[in-house]
Design a protein around this ligand. Structure first.
Ligand code: OOG
Length: 262
């Protein structure tokens, strides 16, 4: 640890209360510039434990910074991972409530439903496909707790990678039944196209992205579990939305997912 003992729990409370009170806060590294990536992952773990003490349940993982464009933008060469909890799941047929957010953005993603435990440090995309029962179209809502959505890599890891909510579309398919590495995607807001992309943007193939996370977790003796849902990373840039906006993500072959915010 590069930060002193006890400071980690202080940071957990700082980020957790910002999320609960829908407040932007100054980034952690402004105060603790020495915060390392391993400190940040350890804070992230404790933040999830804090949520669990309040009744949240861990249900899977999310990947971030999986596109070369986003990595370049941030000046980094690695992806990041965070956790999904049951209270982050939003439903297509209910409105999202804008008052629950700070400054949310929507990202088009492909969700993986895992059917068998998988752990290791040499896991391949093929191993991931082997344990994936279904893939589905998804939208992740990211909502950084930091001022103006600006942060360093250590900051965003500590903040559980900006995780806020996610939605899953209704078409679930076996990953073997479609060309998962090259799915076209169009995202529209209020009927206007705002982003286009391909699943190839996610580290070349979304299963490669999930394999990266499994290997990263393997380094600390963890893995993914049967029943987990995994968001494999954004297929394009994120799009900000406001009350009354409707966002629709359409994937070739894999159908669509949408939400309206009130
Ligand atoms: C970090 C999380 C981004 C993705 O898929 O790249 C992310 C952020 O930009 O707030 O979830």
């Amino acid at each position: 640890m590069t930060i002193t003992k006890g400071v980690d729990l202080e940071i957990v409370e700082y980020l957790y209360s910002a999320e609960k009170e829908r407040r932007e806060v100054v980034k952690v590294t402004d105060r603790y510039p020495e915060l390392s990536f391993s400190d940040a992952y350890s804070i992230q773990e404790k933040l999830i434990e804090r949520r669990e003490r309040d009744g949240s349940r861990k249900i899977g993982l999310k990947l971030g910074l999986t596109s070369k464009a986003k990595q370049q933008m941030m000046g980094v060469h690695d992806a990041i991972y965070g956790y999904l909890t049951d209270d982050m799941l939003a439903l297509e047929w209910e409105h999202l409530d804008f008052t629950e957010f700070i400054h949310p953005k929507a990202e088009p993603e492909i969700a993986f439903f895992i059917d068998k435990d998988l752990e290791g440090t040499n896991v391949s995309a093929e191993d991931v496909l082997e344990v994936t029962k279904f893939v589905a179209p998804a939208i992740e809502i990211i909502d950084s707790r930091y001022l103006n959505f600006k942060f360093t890599l250590a900051d965003v890891i500590a903040d559980n990678c900006s995780s806020s909510k996610f939605l899953i579309g209704s078409k679930w398919m076996s990953p073997r039944d479609l060309d998962l590495g090259q799915l076209g995607m169009v995202m529209s807001k209020n009927g206007q196209v705002v982003q286009t992309g391909s699943s190839a943007a996610v580290l070349g193939h979304p299963a490669t992205s999930v394999a990266w996370a499994v290997n990263k977790l393997g380094e600390v003796g963890k893995g993914i579990k049967k029943g987990d849902v995994i968001l494999s990373g954004a297929v394009s840039e994120a799009t900000a939305f406001e009350p009354n906006d409707n966002v629709l993500v359409q994937f070739a072959e894999l159908g669509s997912v949408s939400f309206t915010c009130k």
